[in-house]
Design a protein around this ligand. Structure first.
Ligand code: ASP
Length: 440
């Protein structure tokens, strides 16, 4: 017997039918002790998320307009769930109090948090479990930074008092008690925080897909699902744009050595993706790579200067120029007399000319070449460390697909090979790499 913490995303709790699925999942495994719900999400493509509606309510209040008509839409969603599930409590009273409190507090975070708060109460009534308000157990400092250790202490103490409890996701409170939220999608973080405090054996993140895919399905047709992924691989992939889990949800569980299982509420029999601390030795031997992810819109600054390698402080001065203008860089491949810096376009927008001027002044290079329109693709996998010829396979695939490589960067961990290519080659390159490594 272990302890499992389950987080259910908004699409997994969008209506009464999904609440039933959630209850069946929880009741099928006695190891579940704590559940972290999101607010009800979309029931169909054109539907609205409760969180979005709540932010809209707040905006109306802020403009001095009435939000009551809009709040009715929110109320109807919760009422329908409560009615269909035959929940016996004063849901009307809860809705009226919430509607009034949004007007009274005039705080966007408070308004947004009510989606999770009310859903948490509903789910706790439905499961017959205790309710712990996240406002009391998830703490931020005065600047709004998540206070991880303080939270862990308070949360662990609170959980000890409840064998089974529902703790709403997405929000917590400042030291003065005012509600503060994580960024959007933050219930993933709340779930990880609860898992850490509960010293759980597993954090199960229930969503609407059967796990992490090896590549973006909008670009690569029918990519395979990743069965196992390490936290480090996940970090590399999500940094490059792969999304299933909120980026910050990794830290509490990784730190505590707790694996995360991504599962599909609508296909609970699927094993999903297991995110582990260390890759297991029995990972498929022929699976060299774990996943591919990419991002568009980078600029490559290529700086050349004869005898650059002998000039003390050259690299530092280049990076100082970026830092002085508040620009962070992504990659830094260097040659003997050349240095390239890859920067996201959005970082450069207004500061490009000033930065170039500063580099000219402080580094006096022979030339600086600026190429915009670069895309980056990361090919990630622990298997690459032990498989000779991985780079050859990757570059051959790109060559055969007619893709010109503008930059190469292999992290020192050998977990990752990043290539910079022209934006127009992005889709071709993704497919070429995928086909080179993954058999159907
Ligand atoms: N309900 C919030 C959002 O829509 C948080 C979450 O679902 O994780 O972003």
């Amino acid at each position: 017997m272990g302890i499992k913490v389950a987080k259910f995303g908004g699409s997994s709790l969008c209506d009464a039918e999904h609440f039933r699925k959630v209850k069946a999942i929880i009741e099928s495994d006695p190891d579940y002790h704590y559940v972290v719900p999101s607010a009800p999400g979309k029931r169909f493509d054109a539907d609205e998320k409760i969180t979005d509606l709540l932010y809209q309510c707040h905006r109306l209040v802020e403009r001095g307009q009435s939000h009551e008509q809009l709040f009715r839409k929110i109320a109807d969603r919760y009422l329908a769930i409560a009615r269909e599930l035959e929940l016996d409590f004063d849901i009307e009273g809860l809705l009226i109090d919430t509607c009034n409190a949004i007007r009274q507090y005039k705080n966007p975070d408070f308004a947004a948090s009510r989606g999770e708060y009310m859903n948490g109460i509903l789910l706790s009534k439905y499961l017959g479990w205790d309710f712990i308000d996240a406002q009391d157990v998830v703490k931020f400092d005065r600047q709004g930074n998540f206070a991880s250790e303080w939270t862990n202490e308070i949360m662990a103490q609170a959980l000890k008092l409840h064998e089974h409890a529902v703790i709403p996701g997405f929000y917590g409170a400042y030291p003065n008690g005012d509600v503060h939220t994580f960024s959007r999608g933050g219930s993933d973080i709340s779930g990880a925080i609860v898992a850490r405090a509960a010293k759980a054996d597993l954090y199960v993140n229930w969503t609407d897909v059967s796990g992490f895919l090896m590549a973006d399905p909008r670009i690569v047709k029918n990519p395979k699902c990743i069965r196992e992924l390490s936290y480090r691989e996940l970090r590399e992939l999500s940094y490059m744009g792969a999304t299933v889990l909120h980026e910050d949800a990794i830290f509490p569980v990784h730190k505590a050595g707790i694996p995360t299982n991504i599962r599909n509420t609508n296909a609970p029999e699927d094993p999903g993706t297991m995110i582990v601390v260390n890759p297991s030795p029995d990972r498929e031997k022929d699976q060299v790579i774990t996943g591919i992810a990419g991002h568009k819109n980078f600029t490559l600054l290529s700086i050349e200067k004869a005898m650059m390698n002998a000039e003390l402080g050259f690299g530092r001065r280049v990076l100082q120029a970026l830092e002085d203008f508040g620009v962070s860089f992504e990659h830094l491949p260097t040659g003997i007399d050349t240095m390239s810096v890859v920067v996201a376009d959005k970082e450069l927008v207004t500061r490009k000319d000033q930065i170039i001027q500063r580099i000219q002044q402080t580094c006096q290079p022979d030339s600086i070449d600026i190429s915009a329109g670069i895309a980056l693709i990361a090919t990630v996998g622990h298997g690459m460390t032990s498989a000779p010829g991985t780079a050859a396979r990757l570059f051959t695939a790109l060559y055969e697909a007619g893709v010109n490589i503008r930059m190469i960067d292999q992290g020192s961990s050998e977990l990752n090979i990043i290539v910079g290519i022209n934006i127009e080659d992005f889709e071709t390159a993704m497919n070429a790499i995928y086909r080179a490594f993954v058999k159907d």
